[in-house]
Design a protein around this ligand. Structure first.
Ligand code: PXG
Length: 450
């Protein structure tokens, strides 16, 4: 393109961009473009909208930014790295940052998780984990173990493996003819009759893990590779595992030689008051997927952590050959690795996982103060994950939740709605004052929106 042509294609002023070309993900594009909600900048716990209003972020990005937006230490690390080594391939060549980050992450992980594979997102972490599970059994000579088990209402990203084991009908519907074969689903644990308004882990529901045993009986253990679940389901609207449920899943997997994958894309890095939810629940899987909080959302990056035995199973064959035919152009990207290293340092230096634990009670009390408010049919919480579920309007599911989201934005609060469930994921070091502010705005909006 000539420089003249280039100039003609650039806007002459900093006026608002045309909104047409960007096909926004998971967004009502037409209604957004009719009435945009634009964010210009971020600092700490706030966004600033393009009409220069401060918007308190009750979701820490999209469960990504627990350490706060534009954290100076992470910003500096990224700036320095991008000027020093902007990109380096990780295939047959390495750079120190990726190794340093892998060591740091595995040091925070449950004992025995000694290896980490880098991806660029949660979705890629899930695909990678499923492939590692299949590859593990293959390497062990158990080539019939190819079936994968997920859970209803599970969210494991948007790629084909992830939506196949995932259990959110809307995410599967349009693609249902082309999902992976040989997948099964255990039931979800959402039950208003038994568990509504539980604080923390519900007492009812551990028996639902036994459904895995039923699948094993039906399909035979020798055909099943892995089970994947979120320790606390996030996207489905914070579904907290019933007491003993995860332990039962672990026991059934152990009994039958099935790998257990915890999808910790949301739950890792302080969201439930520990580095990994596995540690908080004291149930240790075989493979852990992460993303989001790994870099505080600053640069896209994910990681899959595996137990030593799984890694060892791949380290066979001639030494000149790659052990797994899998990887991404940006696996272990130097700028992402720098963001990750700085982020993990910030978590530690600022004691953010401990701060998250200290904040749990304030958060729980604030959420459950909505018990009894009109239209509120359930409240759920664990760690710093919380949800308030509202009854849908008759014949119009999701409309009430979306109206609350947009009204909150107008009033200076970003709240995410999944249909009629409002989801909260506060910053790890949120203050009492900001919890109060969040829920004051939310309360006033609830009064205005029927
Ligand atoms: N697994 C889990 C458990 C997730 O929560 C992914 C995988 C996919 O990650 P990527 O980086 O590919 O988006 C996620 C993502 C919501 C919401 O509304 C949650 C996610 C994504 C979009 C919306 O809660 N989590």
């Amino acid at each position: 393109m000539s420089s003249q042509a280039l100039n003609q294609s650039l806007p002459l002023t900093e006026s608002a961009p045309d909104l047409n070309a960007f096909w926004m993900p998971f967004t009502a594009n037409r209604s957004f473009k009719d009435k945009p909600r634009m964010i210009d900048s971020a600092d700490g716990f706030y966004y600033t909208s393009s009409d220069e209003r401060k918007i308190l972020d009750s979701l820490s990005g999209l469960w990504t930014s627990g350490a706060g937006h534009c954290h100076p230490k992470i910003v500096e690390a990224v700036q320095k790295q991008v000027a020093k080594l902007d990109y380096a391939v990780s295939f047959q060549v390495g750079h120190p940052g990726a190794f340093e980050l892998a060591e740091k992450v595995t040091n925070m992980a449950p004992e025995g998780f000694d290896h980490c594979f880098f991806t660029n997102s949660g979705s890629e972490s899930v695909e990678t984990a499923l492939k590692i599970a299949l590859g593990f059994h293959h390497a062990k000579g158990n080539t019939s173990r190819t079936r994968l088990v997920g859970r209803e209402k599970g969210y494991h990203g948007v790629n084909f493996g992830g939506i196949s084991v995932g259990g959110l009908p809307a995410n599967r519907k349009m693609f249902s003819g082309s999902l992976l074969p040989n997948t099964h689903h255990i039931p979800h644990t959402h039950n208003l009759e038994h568990n509504a308004f539980s604080k923390g882990q519900p007492q009812w529901g551990a028996h639902l893990a036994d459904e895995l045993e039923r699948i094993v009986t039906l399909e035979d253990a020798s055909n099943i590779a892995a089970v994947i679940v979120e320790p606390v389901a996030g996207s489905a609207g914070v579904l907290v595992p019933p007491v003993n449920y995860l332990r039962k899943l672990r026991e059934i997997c152990d009994r039958h030689g099935i790998l257990l994958i915890f999808d910790e894309v949301i739950t890792a890095f302080g969201r439930v008051g520990s580095a990994f939810a596995s540690q908080r629940f004291d149930v240790i899987p075989d493979i852990i997927t992460t993303a989001k909080g790994l870099t505080n959302g600053v640069i896209p990056m994910g990681a899959v952590l595996v137990r030593k035995e799984i890694h060892e199973a791949f380290m066979q064959g001639p030494e000149f050959a790659a052990e797994i035919f899998h990887g991404y152009t940006y696996s272990g990207h130097p700028v992402a690795a720098a963001a990750g290293i700085a982020t993990l340092d910030v978590y530690q230096e600022e004691g953010l996982f401990e701060r998250a634990r200290e904040n749990e009670k304030t958060f729980e009390d604030a959420l459950h103060s909505f018990n009894g408010v009109e239209n509120v049919i359930d409240i759920r919480n664990f760690g710093l994950m919380g949800a308030i579920e509202l009854a849908p309007r008759e014949g119009a599911p999701g409309v009430r939740g979306f109206a609350i989201h947009t009204k909150c934005f107008e009033e200076g609060l970003l709240v995410r709605n999944g249909m009629d469930t409002l989801v909260f994921s506060p910053f790890l070091a949120f203050t009492e004052e900001l919890f109060e502010k969040t829920f004051d705005i939310f309360k006033s909006v609830l009064k205005k929106i029927n």
